[in-house]
Design a protein around this ligand. Sequence first.
Ligand SMILES: C[S@@+](CC[C@H](N)C(=O)[O-])C[C@H]1O[C@@H](n2cnc3c(N)ncnc32)[C@H](O)[C@@H]1O
Length: 317
Amino acid sequence: MFYNTDCVEGARQYLRDASVDLIITDPPYGIGGDTLHKHYNRKEEFVLDGYIEVPREEYYDFTYSWIKEAERVLKPGGSMYIVSGYTNLIHILNALSETQLKEVNHIIWKYNFGVYTKNKYISSHYHILYYVKPGAKPVFNTHSRYSDAEKDDASNGSLNYQDREDVWIINKEYKPGQVKNKNELPSQLLAKIIQYSSNEGDLVCDFFLGSFSTARIAIGLNRKACGFEKSGVAFSYQMNEIEKIVPGSLLSGFSTPPPNKYFNQGKPMAESEKNEIHSRYLELKKSGMPKKQIMEILGRETGRGPWSLSKILSTIK
Ligand SMILES: C[S@@+](CC[C@H](N)C(=O)[O-])C[C@H]1O[C@@H](n2cnc3c(N)ncnc32)[C@H](O)[C@@H]1O
């Protein structure tokens, strides 16, 4: 499902209407990206050659044609995340406004190692445009990474809330001595999008594969993957690499909420279970244990929440 071709031609030829659950993509920037590496402090022997740029004057037409294809192949309710710098963002927004796709969030991704400038502020963020195709309820797995109960140690704030704020601070990956695409997206960023906006078994597509980073994380998280890369050099190298990824091998590699400790919550309770809770309570109480600790133990052992335990225990004379 990976094609060494232009994404518009490839999508027309290989992807059916409404067949993709999630698109994550990072189009060429239209800023002379084939020389982009000169601005960065990197060892060029490890940066994979073959990045194909789009001339600035063609950027709108190019963007419009791939975004129209993306809209066609997305399922109703499917999501699309487009990563873009500021320079050509206007063209992407204009092209999106010519579609039926609906904006959900405009995310700012703040990264480290911005392009160094001396006489102005250093640019250290990208834009991520999150859109959905109308017609069905989009997948948004609110609790796929943090439960409501998890707190940040330092501030005691909700980790679920913090993770879902629209400014993401995620560092680019430094991979000394490894071959990479010049603009490789970090695994943490890709995993986050995939966890929130798709389910296992869904099809995730990247129109501009580059180093196949989207495909790698999607397969690792047990999704199916497809996409296009026009550069033959990048494509051949990465095709060998992608075959090494074991489906599902990254499922425990990213943030996931702890298993629900109240695993019996909401289930009907038989008289015999109530009696067992009573006797266990009395047994623990006899040992002189404080009530708070008893309730914690009962919660762990029975999988029942504090509210239902208190209700049962309130009937003890
Ligand atoms: C910004 S990079 C993508 C980086 C990728 N997200 C990663 O993490 O490695 C854009 C990629 O699109 C490729 N590209 C440029 N024009 C294309 C086209 N018309 N169809 C498919 N790929 C294209 C470039 O060669 C480049 O590898």
